[in-house]
Every structure is written in structure tokens, then in C-alpha cells.
Design a protein around this ligand. Structure first.
Ligand code: GTP
Ligand code: MG
Length: 209
């Protein structure tokens, strides 16, 4: 029987301590990206790291079972260089996962995806709000949270084509919550016909932006 394989590159981006590495672990289904609280001003993740996993017979494509080979690139809080992105994501970035903390809604972020990818970035992006357990503790439903959110966060939530996903890591979410997030990623990538997002032409070869 024929078996297809689909390889997707996922780039995590977000501020210091936003929960990027935890989201990476949920996606890959393990604890391989190092997570933890850091001394003020220094991130646990100091350089880009790429981890891959093959999910066998993960979905059906045109009626045929297909493997999903997911490569996740974790990043430090600074915008990765165009060179690094091109090197770690050959074939482009299929999905850009923007990670924010739901319990720090006043924090303006350093997210500057457009600087790397140009205006196309939002067609490949989805927003993950971590620390959703704090919302639950405050008795706030995710939809109510978004309605009350700052203008920039509401605008961002509407701009990203992949939608918004709430996560908390207080339960066994790596395995439980990883699957729906992977499925959401897969749907978004399919809408883009699994075409990768490339670093803006003008930035190719540059070492910094
Ligand atoms: N309560 C709670 N804690 C979380 C959640 N997600 C992550 N954390 C914790 O927050 C801390 C930071 O998480 P990381 O995944 O390391 O965040 P990061 O963005 O990779 O951090 P740096 O690499 O240091 O910038 C860790 O102690 C996590 O266990 C969540 O949803 N709820
Ligand atoms: Mg990290």
C-alpha cells in the first residue's frame, strides 16, 4: 500500500518566558526542549534549536494514509536571523506559531514577523496563548478573555489565519493538548497547499534585521 509523508517546518516565536519551549514540547510530544524559569533578563533558550518527529500514519491525504514529519524550531526571544531561518527551515516555514502569555495581557511583545517574512506571514501564523490555567483560576472563559483584551491583541488574533489556541501545562497537556494543536497546524498548512513561507527576498544573505 502507498504511504505518503508530509514534512512541515514550524517556527516558534515569542517573548522571553512566554512558553515557547513548552509549546514546542507539546507539538513534538516530549520534554526535549529545555523549559524553566530564568533569572531576570536571561532566557532559558539561548539559541535556535530544531527537533523533528515522525508521526506515523497521522492523517489521510487523498484517501491514502500519510506520515507527518514535524520539525519544530525553538528560538531565543530575539528575532532569529534570516540566515538561521533559511538554514533550519529548508523549504520554508509552513507554520509560524506566535506564543504569548494569556496572564500578561498588557505586555507589548517584540513580535516582528513582518520584518522577516513580509506581509504574507499572517497566512501562515497561528497564535498560542499559554498559561490559560490562570484564566481558568480567575473564572475567565477564553472567549471572554479575547473580548476584553487590548486592541493590539484582538487585532493580532484576527490577523492570524490559523486562529487562537489556549494552552496550559498544569495538567498532562503535552500529550493531551499537543494533538489538537498539531491538527490545527496541519489544517492551516493545508489551506496554504503546504507551501512554505520564505524569508523576504531582500533579506536573504543578511545576518541581522
Ligand atoms: N502555569 C503555567 N506555567 C507554564 C505554562 N507554560 C509554560 N509554563 C512555565 O513557564 C516557564 C517558562 O516556560 P518555557 O516554555 O521555558 O518558556 P520560554 O518562552 O521557552 O522561556 P525562555 O526560553 O526562557 O524565554 C516554565 O517554568 C514553564 O513550566 C502554562 O501554560 N501554565
Ligand atoms: Mg525557551
Amino acid at each position: 500500500m502507498d504511504l505518503y509523508s508530509l514534512a512541515l517546518n514550524v517556527l516558534l516565536m515569542g517573548d522571553r518566558q512566554s512558553g515557547r519551549s513548552s509549546v514546542g514540547n507539546a507539538l513534538i510530544g516530549g520534554e526535549e526542549f529545555q523549559t524553566g524559569t530564568c533569572v531576570p533578563g536571561i532566557s532559558v533558550t539561548a539559541e535556535c534549536q530544531r527537533l523533528s518527529r515522525n508521526f506515523q500514519r497521522y492523517f489521510r491525504r487523498q484517501g491514502v494514509e500519510s506520515d507527518l514529519v514535524l520539525s519544530v524550531v525553538d528560538t531565543p526571544p530575539l528575532l532569529p536571523s534570516p540566515h538561521t531561518v533559511s538554514e533550519l527551515c529548508p523549504g520554508g516555514v509552513h507554520v509560524l506559531v506566535l506564543v504569548l502569555r494569556a496572564d500578561w495581557p498588557n505586555e507589548r511583545t517584540h513580535l516582528r514577523e513582518h520584518a522577516l517574512f513580509g506581509p504574507e506571514w499572517c497566512r501562515h501564523a497561528l497564535l498560542v496563548l499559554t498559561h490559560a490555567d490562570h484564566l481558568r483560576e480567575a473564572g475567565l472563559h477564553p472567549s471572554a478573555f479575547l473580548m476584553q483584551a487590548n486592541d493590539w491583541l484582538r487585532a493580532l488574533a484576527e490577523e492570524v489565519e490559523g486562529g487562537v489556541f489556549f494552552l496550559d501545562n498544569t495538567s498532562n497537556w503535552s500529550c493531551i493538548r499537543g494533538r489538537p494543536l498539531r491538527d490545527q497546524l496541519l489544517r492551516l498548512s493545508a489551506r496554504n497547499h503546504h507551501k512554505g513561507l520564505s524569508v523576504t527576498e531582500s533579506l536573504r544573505g543578511a545576518t541581522n534585521v
